[in-house]
Design a protein around this ligand. Structure first.
Ligand code: 5GP
Length: 214
């Protein structure tokens, strides 16, 4: 059975707090893009810790992504037919957009040439982050071209609460890691993390989290 780890709101808050200084020192984001739904709460908490006196709050934009994880349906065809092989191969690797940026020139001009921090709760197979980084880079470069600016002027960074130490299916640009623009508050094993915002009974969730700590 997959091991479950219960994380409380208090712990999420403190993970964001503990990471804020590194994010400010290494990246200095102008804007955050939260990947919904798991990135919303961390991005909002982080915003309080990134606020500097005299400066406005860092704006947060939202995108919605979900992994396509439908299992291939059993059929009369043999288990090794190409169609099924393809389904298995693509299982959990196709990302669906449920919400995206406003691609109007006015909105996109807010991103061009800026430091944009992509926020999600967990980096598991990295499929979602690969998609987000690639697609956002593409859209921002297109917007830059329309503004007569060169591509690559916008810097993307990533912040996640948890990075699972496992082999990753998705890839992020190597210089994002070498330049310290990939930041995880905590490294964990390949466990299933239960976040507080998913709980239907938060008292029970907190009780299980406390029990785990004993
Ligand atoms: P990835 O694309 O990195 O495989 O997975 C990203 C998404 O899968 C996350 O944004 C999250 O929604 C979901 N996910 C992956 N691992 C976990 C986990 O341990 N706990 C929860 N609650 N969601 C997870």
């Amino acid at each position: 059975m997959v091991q479950k780890t219960y994380v409380t709101y208090n712990e999420v808050h403190k993970l964001c707090q503990a990471s804020a200084e590194k994010i400010l020192n290494e990246f200095q984001p102008n804007l955050m893009i939260a990947i919904g739904g798991g990135g919303y709460v961390p991005a909002r908490i982080l915003r309080s810790f990134l606020k500097r006196p005299g400066n406005p709050n860092i704006p947060i934009q939202a995108i919605g992504l979900s992994l396509y994880e439908q299992l291939p349906v059993a059929s009369n065809t043999g288990p090794t037919t190409p169609a099924i092989e393809k389904d298995v191969e693509q299982m959990g690797t196709r990302v669906t957009r449920t919400q995206w940026l406003d691609l109007s020139s006015l909105s996109m001009s807010n991103l061009v040439g800026k430091n944009v921090l992509i926020v999600d709760e967990v980096d598991d197979t990295r499929t979602t982050l690969e998609y987000a980084v690639k697609e956002l880079t593409k859209d921002v470069d297109e917007a830059a071209a329309k503004m007569g600016m060169p591509a690559g002027e916008t810097k993307f960074g990533v912040f996640v609460l948890h990075n699972k130490n496992k082999e990753k299916k998705g890839k992020i640009p190597g210089n994002m890691v070498s330049e310290g623009r990939y930041m995880a508050a905590e490294e964990v094993g390949d466990v299933w993390i239960c976040y507080p915002w998913e709980a239907t009974d938060i008292d029970e969730h907190d009780r299980l989290a406390a029990e785990q700590k004993k």
